[in-house]
Design a protein around this ligand. Structure first.
Ligand SMILES: Nc1nc2c(ncn2[C@@H]2O[C@H](COP(=O)(O)OP(=O)(O)OP(=O)(O)O)[C@@H](O)[C@H]2O)c(=O)[nH]1
Ligand SMILES: [Mg+2]
Length: 328
């Protein structure tokens, strides 16, 4: 593969080249990893930045419908929009890709849009790196907004928030007791809560739900990187498109403020640091799972169990044995 050529095509915004480049960074093969690294190194000096928006919500809340509507809205504003999906539960991804294909029909036909379903990977650590690299590729390809969608399950939200400039939480209209169902940790990372389906019969409930969440947000600790009034809860309808312009205006207000006050840069810097340390951690873990290491752990473990070696001596032996670059 001619990496120089691929880099040039990505840089000029060719969607097929971008798709190929993402396939490359998704590959775990050693030679592909090397090529992916070279590609990213070539593109990095461009210094292009998109607005990275993380988006989460439980199944059925309307993520796909919202992305289709919001994506079309952004394209209408003259912006180029990339959509990446993160779904660590590989069992589900087949279904969600199918769903997205039909729900994002309009957006997927737009030349200023790029939609990439989640790679079927089960390990969150690997997904994190692949997604970060895919985001970097979309930025290099000149996209203005990168939407990173994830389903509302556990760790994947924190992971996506750690690679986003802004995190949107999509919620459904619901009775008051449902509010308890949203984990505090998720509320704490949200910059904007959008109560979707604020249309028809659900409109009144959506407005009440929105008021409930606005109240809940006010109870959270104030964050230094927020202007007054944020995090905020608003109602939207992905179906009627009501509230999309207001949501975009709120995003603009928040991002402009953060840029002007140094929080955009400091957040990205902190995130880079975080991922550096995370990659080191993942690298070490993968060495721990390497065949030769496993074998040694088995051998020493048997000796420890038999009382022939102390646990701490055996651990020292293993740690001394860990050589991240060594071949199995
Ligand atoms: N009334 C109303 N229905 C909506 C709205 N947005 C989505 N829906 C409906 O809600 C259902 C689920 O929408 P999806 O967009 O597939 O939801 P999702 O969050 O992507 O679901 P998963 O991909 O399964 O996690 C569909 O039947 C949509 O038509 C909305 O704004 N108003
Ligand atoms: Mg969906």
């Amino acid at each position: 593969m001619d990496i120089q050529d691929l880099a040039g095509r990505v840089q000029s915004g060719e969607r097929r080249a971008l798709a190929r480049a993402i396939t490359l960074v998704e590959s775990g093969r050693a030679d592909h990893r090397a090529q992916a690294g070279a590609l990213l190194d070539q593109l990095a000096p461009l210094g292009r930045q998109a607005l990275r928006i993380g988006l989460s919500g439980t199944p059925g809340v309307g993520k796909s419908t919202f992305i289709e509507a919001f994506g079309m809205f952004l394209i209408g504003q003259g912006l180029k929009v990339a959509v990446l999906a993160v779904d660590p539960s590989s069992a589900r991804s087949g279904g969600s890709i199918l769903g997205d294909k039909t729900r994002m029909e309009q957006l997927s036909r737009e030349k200023n849009a790029f939609i990439r379903p989640s790679p079927s990977q089960s390990q969150l650590g690997g997904v994190a790196r692949r997604t970060r690299e895919a985001v970097a590729l979309c930025e290099a390809a000149g996209f203005d907004v990168v939407l990173i969608e994830t389903v509302g399950v556990g760790q994947s939200e924190t992971m996506v928030a750690e690679m986003s400039d802004l995190f949107l939480l999509l919620l459904a209209p619901a009775g008051g007791d449902e509010l308890q169902g949203v984990k505090r940790g998720i509320m704490e990372i949200a910059d904007l809560i959008l109560v979707n389906k604020a249309d028809g019969d659900l409109k009144q409930t959506a407005m009440r739900t929105c008021a409930d969440y606005a109240g809940a947000l006010r109870l959270l600790r104030k964050r230094a990187y927020d202007p007054a009034g944020f995090p905020k809860a608003m109602t939207v309808s992905a179906v009627t498109q009501d509230g999309l312009a207001d949501a975009w205006a709120a995003i603009g207000e928040l991002i402009d403020w953060r840029r002007a006050n140094g929080y955009w840069d400091s957040r990205r810097a902190q995130q880079s640091r975080h991922w550096f340390e995370e990659d080191v951690r993942m690298g070490l873990l993968s060495v721990l799972n390497r065949k030769d290491t496993r074998a040694r752990i088995e051998t020493l473990g048997a000796q420890v169990a038999a009382g022939k070696l102390s646990a701490s001596r055996a651990a020292e032996d293993i740690l001394a044995h860990l050589r991240p670059t060594g071949e199995p």
